[in-house]
Design a protein around this ligand. Sequence first.
Ligand code: 5GP
Length: 206
Amino acid sequence: MKLNERGLLVVLSGPSGVGKGTVRRALFQMPHHDLVYSVSMTTRPPRPGEVDGVDYYFVDKETFLRRIQEGKFLEWAEFVGNYYGTPKDKVEEQLDNGKEVVLEIEVEGALQVRKQMKDAVFIFLVPPGKKALYERLKNRGTDAPEVIDKRMKKAESEFLLAHKYDYIVVNDEVNNAADRIMAIIRAEHAKTERTIHNYIKMLGEK
Ligand code: 5GP
């Protein structure tokens, strides 16, 4: 008997600069998992070191808007002047293959996913403090001061929606945060409502 045939959709959000990318990379380095990352599409220009098709699919605004019209996104949002979206087909395909698909997206998009994917798990990553967030954005050195200010303002409005998530994880230390997320994923898998139908099926087996 095969349990949990369809994979779990894991939605990770949190204010810009909280370290979602770093925590996600630490999570993917942990042993014994079936996680895959959903690469988003964006109109934001690549930062130094970012690779097309790995970090994002970098496209122009016209291409992005056409994809919206064609219904190609599971969700999309505008964030600080750029568009970001999750390609739908890929996510469905990976879930059907039993993979745990990780989306690293902002709050507005996450709430769109919430409406469509009832059994996804929603995790909100928070910094140990507001100052830590500002320092991280500044030290990243990739955004202009006015963009940092916009991202800080956006962070405040994002915090107000944290209660819509299933879990809140503090990124006090990257590996601790990744451990907590992995613990959540494992616990979600064992949830009665996810597995009970398999055992009912098992009862009917000869
Ligand atoms: P950044 O420009 O820092 O890479 O991303 C800005 C914000 O957009 C982050 O909060 C990031 O998680 C979010 N983001 C990245 N990809 C997507 C996506 O496909 N959809 C949505 N809604 N947000 C995304």
